[in-house]
Design a binder for this molecule. Structure first.
Ligand SMILES: [Zn+2]
Length: 319
């Protein structure tokens, strides 16, 4: 647990998740961050990844079970003296593979696995076509149930309330554990906690939907947020939401500014111009393609408002 201690310190010093552990860690790391709610930390494909477990009276709900090689969730269950049959449900927040790469193991054992409606679970090969970029894909998920907005999944005396949000990816859901007040937000917040910048990635999602998500969650009575790529945030969670909201707004304004100035641009040109205008990058250098995808998501939302029109590779400003 030495490294976990370091993360906690880094997190406390940096407010939330600016720094996190850099090395692959072979041993299981987890913490009970509020009573009955556990965060299990892993590093997968160079990314920090958290699976959450709600445990109440020998019932378990798992959220975003991700792993490609190591059966670390089995290890966690064993430590907690729990069995596969104690798992009442597995929840997958969205179709990106690192959030469900371990789900088939549970489905095979008869555990109900709840996923958003997306063809990718039946046919992982369709991933680039559906989500616009390439990722290493898990096996198809044959047995599954669909998540629906307003669904409530019982756990002990509490309930896990399911909401559709559709930012980040078109199929994104989030869940609130009513008893603890924890919101499981998948990749909607703190997708790159190591980045000091708060910009958000909307790979196939709708930025307008993301705005609605921010507005909706500040009205829920929450005690914290539990992101899939960052440490849970308890007392400062509103600050995280406010930063994200401002980042979203400033990115939208910057893109509009470039459109007004240039009149005809490609997402790549917008990205280049943004880098010149604002002296930082907003997703890690090796993930520039996420910038283009996010810019495109904004352009599509401008298109529905009649502000731009696509002609070939160029986007034409009509505002
Ligand atoms: Zn994602």
């Amino acid at each position: 647990m030495k490294i976990l201690f370091k993360i906690v310190i880094a997190w406390k010093n940096d407010n939330y998740g600016k720094v996190y552990y850099k090395k692959d860690n072979k041993s299981l790391m987890y913490e009970e961050f509020v009573e009955g709610v556990y965060a299990i930390y892993r590093r997968i494909g160079g990314r920090f990844m958290v699976t959450y477990a709600i445990i109440e009276k020998f019932s378990v709900i798992l959220i975003d079970p991700s792993a490609y090689t190591k059966d670390y969730i089995d290890e966690f269950l064993k430590l907690k003296k729990l069995d596969f049959k104690d798992i009442k449900a597995v929840i997958v927040t969205h179709g990106h593979p690192e959030h469900w790469s371990y789900a088939h193991k549970f489905a095979k054992k008869g555990v109900p696995v709840y996923v958003p409606e997306s063809e990718v679970f039946d046919d992982p090969k369709k991933f680039p076509e559906i989500y616009g970029f390439y990722e290493k894909m898990p096996k198809p998920l044959k047995e599954k149930k669909n998540l629906t907005h307003g669904m409530k999944i019982k756990i002990g005396d509490g309930v896990l309330a399911i909401y559709y949000c559709g930012g980040h990816s078109f199929d994104h859901f989030f869940a609130v554990h009513t008893k603890s007040g924890i919101l499981f937000c998948g990749s909607m917040l703190l997708e790159f906690p190591e980045s000091p910048y708060k910009f958000l990635i909307d790979k196939s999602g709708d930025p307008e939907q993301r705005k609605k998500f921010f507005e909706a969650i500040v009205n829920l009575s929450l005690s914290g947020i539990a992101p899939a790529h960052g440490m849970p945030v308890l007392k400062n969670w509103l600050e995280v939401v406010r930063d994200a909201y401002n980042a979203q707004k400033s990115l939208q304004n910057e893109i509009l500014y470039v459109l007004e100035k240039e009149k005809e641009v490609t997402p790549r040109e917008i990205d280049e111009e943004l880098r010149r205008r604002i002296d930082y990058i907003w997703s890690p250098e090796e993930r520039t393609k996420y910038n283009y995808l996010t810019i495109e998501a904004f352009l599509r939302s401008f298109e529905t408002k009649g502000l731009v029109e696509k002609q070939g590779k160029k986007w034409i400003y009509k505002g």
